[in-house]
Write a protein that binds this ligand. Structure first.
Ligand code: ATP
Length: 234
């Protein structure tokens, strides 16, 4: 089943055309990677899907429903959650408060989910009362992912989860991505680290200056010179 379908999407910031006529799909159960150089429009695409930006043209469908103009909180309720670029955890709130924030659209008891997160991310459990701003970069990234998971998403949008992290932590983050996917979470991943992202994903789309240049099965693209060219910015 097609979970996410983007058709002819265009997003502008004033006179800047950040995304131009982009079409892509994400099937249920997939990990899909979006790569491209700085400023290619990757973050803009994710923010349009999570309904934080309004497209000037095109359509976004999620589980068959047109969400192009849906408010952001409805996107969360429908099952879309984003772990943003730069983590954006609330530094002066505790780890647990940050996690509870991720469940804001949910009614009822989510205590079980908190414990599930602490089981999956033991370091967050150990630091549950600590202010999020005191965590290491890797721990903050895990918190950002866990916070997104608290809404029980069908589609997880991950924006640059490896940014600024040491290689050993990056490996850990990617093994979590694999694990989440094995447990049924569909993932749309934006990464600068193209090789790593392609190794962890089923399919890859390459963006250049707001437009899709090509796409394919990740395993076929890993050694493709055009990919290297695209994400290095030509
Ligand atoms: P990066 O890896 O640097 O985040 P990206 O592929 O995610 O790159 P976007 O952040 O989506 O790229 O940016 C796409 C284009 O839109 C760029 O030209 C960028 O300068 C521009 N842009 C992004 N955000 C804004 C904004 N708030 N106001 C004006 N222009 C913006």
């Amino acid at each position: 089943m097609t979970l996410l379908e983007i058709e002819n999407l265009s997003v502008n910031y004033g006179a800047i055309q950040a995304v131009r006529g982009l079409s892509l799909t994400v099937q249920e159960g997939e990990v899909v990677t979006l790569i491209g150089a700085n400023g290619a429009g990757k973050t803009t695409t994710l923010r349009a899907v999570s309904r934080l930006l309004r497209p000037v043209a095109g359509q976004i469908r999620f589980a068959g429903r047109d969400i192009t103009r849906a408010p952001a909180d409805q996107a969360v309720r429908l099952g879309i959650a984003q772990s943003p670029e730069g983590r954006q955890v609330l530094a002066r709130q505790s780890v647990q408060d940050n996690l509870e924030l991720g469940a804001y659209t949910r009614k009822g008891n989510f205590r079980a989910d908190l414990y599930e997160m602490y089981e999956r991310f033991p370091r967050l459990g150990e630091r549950r009362t600590q202010l999020a701003g005191t965590l290491s970069g890797g721990e903050q990234q895990m918190l950002a992912i866990a916070r997104a998971l608290m809404s029980r998403p069908k589609l997880l949008l991950l924006d640059e989860p490896s940014l600024g992290l040491a290689p050993i932590i990056v490996r850990e983050i990617f093994s979590i991505i694999r694990e989440l996917n094995e447990q049924g979470v569909t993932i749309l991943l934006v990464e600068q680290n193209a090789r790593l992202a392609m190794n962890a994903s089923h399919r890859t789309y390459v963006l250049e200056a707001g437009q899709l240049t090509f796409s394919g099965v990740s395993a076929d693209l890993v050694n493709d010179e055009r990919v290297l060219h695209a994400y290095l910015g030509g």
